[in-house]
Structure formats: structure tokens, C-alpha cells
Design a protein around this ligand. Structure first.
Ligand code: ARG
Length: 465
């Protein structure tokens, strides 16, 4: 390939070091798509003849289907996927194939391929996120009345419902989809093809044509930036890191909830493992791995940021290192979601245990104070009385519900028989009807919003097909 400038062959170790085919071969379809549009533009602009353009386009189509069908294997000795496709084209149609690389460079080619590849893959990720939302909503719907303790500082705080708790993750995941959309629309929607090596070209190319053929809104503005920008990869990997962070927090709860200490859920056997020595064990390995793999994706983000930080403009070979990081982040997230979705869909909520846990820990102490406030006491005074009642209960091994009316009255004359209703767990959850709160009606509103989100997502995706 370098014939012309160089005489000697690359040292085999250096060749190995330099080659990216092992990992960039997965972008073959995107590479070919880019080349097809480039050839069409060269033909339209009279840079190559229309017949040559057509021959190139047809042959690239054949190469693509041969690769798809496994009739053609990618040469592991090629330097990268761009070289391989071009070499294969030239092998098939000779000199005409050699015209494809006019007004183009591997620098703008690779910048394009990664964008196209990421764009395809993020569609898959968004669809998986949507599926996860659907799975969570289903469990939330069935458990919108399942009372459990809500925590702050991992101390029982106030009663909530399991449905409400789950819907918090739905809010996070909906934001995640928004973040990915944002990176796609703001960052990835500019076509670098035609930036060439770095400076643009002397040929009379039509960058708007290739941009629109490839589905971009516009060509990127500056050719130096076009070949050296990887912001979109960073933004997407940051968005993926945030998704993983959310899955990791959820995993942590799933791990806690399946412990004997909590026992709020039972994982399906298909998503838990045993121990080779302790016969009684059922381990939440999938959730632990989701938590663990979050570290990898953060690492990938750091790789990208660090790789780019000292690079002068424009292209530098360091940038070849972007792919393994991006691919690892993508693969890790996809694999994690594929296990996470059915794990959540099949987990069994143990509502009795949740309720029992909610009965301990005085999580209705706020409701006791609120009761006094509604009877006219300022909140701070009510707070103090409620605290004194809790201290009294602890001393006498009682719950607030178990106190007699006389005991209540000994702290404040405002207490009456309706206090029992006010501090009941059902009432404590169901009267929190404020927007976003834990009451059934409020959780139902959250569920409706999520369902609308899923429906509009499906409509959008369907329209794109
Ligand atoms: N394999 C290279 C990469 O991934 C393609 C671009 C090579 N460009 C060059 N001037 N050597 O970055």
C-alpha cells in the first residue's frame, strides 16, 4: 500500500502494533455505506464517470452481501477495514476500484464510520432501555400498593410503595434515553466525509450531497475539526456511563433486597447462581456483575478523554485507540441490559416481608407529627412530641400503633382516636398525594407518563424504519 514513498516492509511486530483490523472489522457495513455514497457523489460531480461510479457502487454492494453471508472473510492481515474494503474492490474491478479514494482520506473515512456505527448501535441501546422501562413499569403497576420502608442513610425513613420505588428508576432511564438522543442530535449529526486528510480538497465535491445521503443534517463546518473530533464518542460514552451508574444503583438494591437481612425480593433461578461449597446459597451474580461492569464503562470514558487531551490537530494515530474503548462501552452496556431486563421482569416481590419491615422503625413518626400539625400545633412542637413518643415506645418495646390513647394523650391533649388511622401505614402512603409522591394515585400518574413515553418512543422508532 505504501509503495511509492517506502521501499522496505514494516517490521512484523510494528505491523501488528499498527493494525486495527481485529477491532475495526465490525464497522464493515458502515465503511461500505460511506463508500457507496462517496462514489455516488464523485459520479454526480463528474469527478469520476457515471459508469465508474455505478460499477463501484454495485461491486461494493456485492462485497457487503458476501461479507454478510460469510462468503467473504475479512483478511486479518489487512491494516484496517478501510484498506480491506478498498483492496477487495480493486481486486474485483481493477483500476476503477482505485478511483474510489479520490477526494477522500482514511481520516475522514474513519471519523464517518464511527459515527455511523455508533448511530446504529445507539438505536439498539435505546430500544433496550425502553424494554427495561416497560419491564419495570409492569412490576411497578402490580405493586403500586405494596408498602415498604423508604430509606435515607439506609435507615428506615417513611413508608413508600414498591411501585413508587421502582418508578424512580424509570425516571432515571427516561432521562438516559434523552441524554443519548441529545448526543446523537447535537453531536453526531454532522458529516465529516469530505474533510479528506485534514484540509479539504481541490476537487469540486458536494459535501451536502454525501451528508444527506448518509442521513446527516449537514456536513461539519471545519475540515480539521471534522477529522479530529471525537466529542460525540465522549458524550455517548458519558451517557452510557450514566446508564450504567443507574443500573449499578439498582443492582445494589437488588443485591440488598435479596439478602436474608431484607428479603424483599426473590430472584428467579435463571438469574441467580449457587455456591460450589455452601448448599444454601443463592447469589445475585447478575446484579453484582452489572455493578462491577460499570467500572469498565467509566474506564472507557477515561480512556477517550485521556487519549484526546494532548493531541495536536488534526488526525494522529493515537485516535485509533478510540474504537476499542467505544466498542467495549457499547458491548458492556448491551450485554448488561440484555440480562438486566429479564432479571427485573422475573424477580418476585415479597410484599409480606416488605410490609413487615415497614412496621418496624417508627417510619410513621412524621405522620404522627403531621397529625398534630393538622390539629393546630406548629410543626417543630409536633416534631418534638412525636420524637418523645418514639423514645417512650423504644423504652417500652412498643410501636406507635400499639400505644393506648392515654399514652398518646400523656404527651399531648390534641391526640384523639383518629390518630390510629392517621398513622396507619396504608394511610401514611396513600395520603402522600402530592405530585410525584408515593400515593397510589400519584404513582399511577407516573406510570401513565412512562407509558406515554414508551408509546411515543415506539412511534418514533417505527417511523424511522
Ligand atoms: N485505522 C485508522 C484509525 O482507526 C484509520 C485512519 C488511519 N489514518 C492514517 N492517516 N493513518 O484511526
Amino acid at each position: 500500500m505504501w509503495a511509492g514513498r517506502s521501499e522496505g516492509l514494516l517490521d512484523s511486530c510494528a505491523d501488528d502494533f499498527n493494525s486495527s483490523i481485529k477491532f475495526d472489522k465490525r464497522m464493515y457495513a458502515q465503511d461500505i455505506r460511506g463508500s457507496v455514497c462517496h462514489a455516488a457523489m464523485l459520479g454526480r460531480c463528474g469527478i469520476i464517470s457515471p459508469e465508474e461510479a455505478q460499477l463501484i457502487i454495485n461491486t461494493l454492494g456485492e462485497i457487503l452481501s458476501d461479507l454478510d453471508e460469510g462468503k467473504l472473510t475479512i483478511d486479518p492481515l489487512a491494516e484496517d477495514i478501510h484498506m480491506f474494503v478498498e483492496a477487495e474492490l480493486t481486486k474485483r474491478i481493477g483500476d476503477t476500484g482505485k478511483r474510489l479514494h479520490t477526494a477522500r482520506s482514511r481520516n475522514d473515512q474513519v471519523a464517518l464510520d464511527i459515527r455511523l456505527y455508533l448511530n446504529d448501535k445507539t438505536k439498539e441501546i435505546k430500544a433496550l432501555l425502553c424494554e427495561l422501562i416497560r419491564a419495570i413499569v409492569k412490576v411497578a403497576k402490580a405493586n403500586k400498593d405494596a408498602i415498604m420502608p423508604g430509606y435515607t442513610h439506609l435507615q428506615r425513613a417513611q413508608p413508600i410503595t414498591f411501585g413508587h420505588h421502582l418508578m424512580a428508576y424509570v425516571s432515571m432511564l427516561m432521562r438516559d434515553i434523552g441524554r443519548i438522543d441529545d448526543a446523537q442530535m447535537r453531536m453526531m449529526d454532522e458529516c465529516p466525509l469530505g474533510s479528506c486528510a485534514l484540509a479539504g480538497t481541490t476537487y469540486d465535491t458536494d459535501r451536502n450531497m454525501t451528508a444527506s445521503l448518509l442521513g446527516f443534517s449537514r456536513p461539519c463546518e471545519n475540515s480539521l475539526d471534522g477529522v479530529s473530533d471525537r466529542d460525540f464518542a465522549i458524550e455517548l460514552t458519558a451517557a452510557f456511563s450514566t446508564v450504567m451508574m443507574h443500573l449499578s444503583r439498582f443492582s445494589e438494591e437488588i443485591i440488598l433486597w435479596s439478602s436474608w437481612e431484607f428479603k424483599f425480593i426473590e430472584l428467579d433461578d435463571a438469574y441467580a447462581t449457587g455456591s460450589s461449597i455452601m448448599p444454601q446459597k443463592k447469589n445475585p451474580d447478575m446484579a453484582e456483575l452489572a455493578r462491577g461492569k460499570t467500572a469498565r464503562v467509566y474506564g472507557d470514558l477515561m480512556t477517550l478523554l485521556t487519549m484526546l487531551k494532548g493531541l495536536p490537530l488534526a488526525y494522529n494515530k493515537d485516535m485509533q485507540e478510540d474504537k476499542e474503548a467505544i466498542f467495549d462501552a457499547l458491548d458492556t452496556l448491551i450485554m448488561t441490559l440484555k440480562v438486566f431486563i429479564p432479571m427485573v421482569a422475573t424477580m418476585k416481590p415479597l410484599r409480606e416481608n416488605m410490609y413487615r419491615a415497614a412496621q418496624r422503625g417508627f417510619i410513621n413518626a412524621t405522620d404522627c407529627a403531621d397529625y398534630l400539625v393538622k390539629k393546630g400545633l406548629p410543626f417543630r412542637s409536633a416534631y418534638k412530641i412525636s420524637g418523645q413518643l418514639v423514645a417512650y415506645c423504644i423504652q417500652n418495646s412498643k410501636t406507635l400503633e400499639e400505644l393506648t390513647l392515654d399514652e398518646f394523650k400523656s404527651m399531648s391533649e390534641l391526640f384523639d382516636t383518629d390518630v390510629y388511622d392517621a398513622i396507619s401505614l396504608v394511610n401514611a402512603t396513600n395520603s402522600r398525594t402530592s405530585y410525584g409522591g408515593t400515593s397510589i394515585s400519584s404513582v399511577e400518574r407516573q406510570i401513565e407518563r412512562a407509558e406515554r413515553f414508551i408509546a411515543s418512543f415506539e412511534l418514533d422508532e417505527g417511523a424511522e424504519e
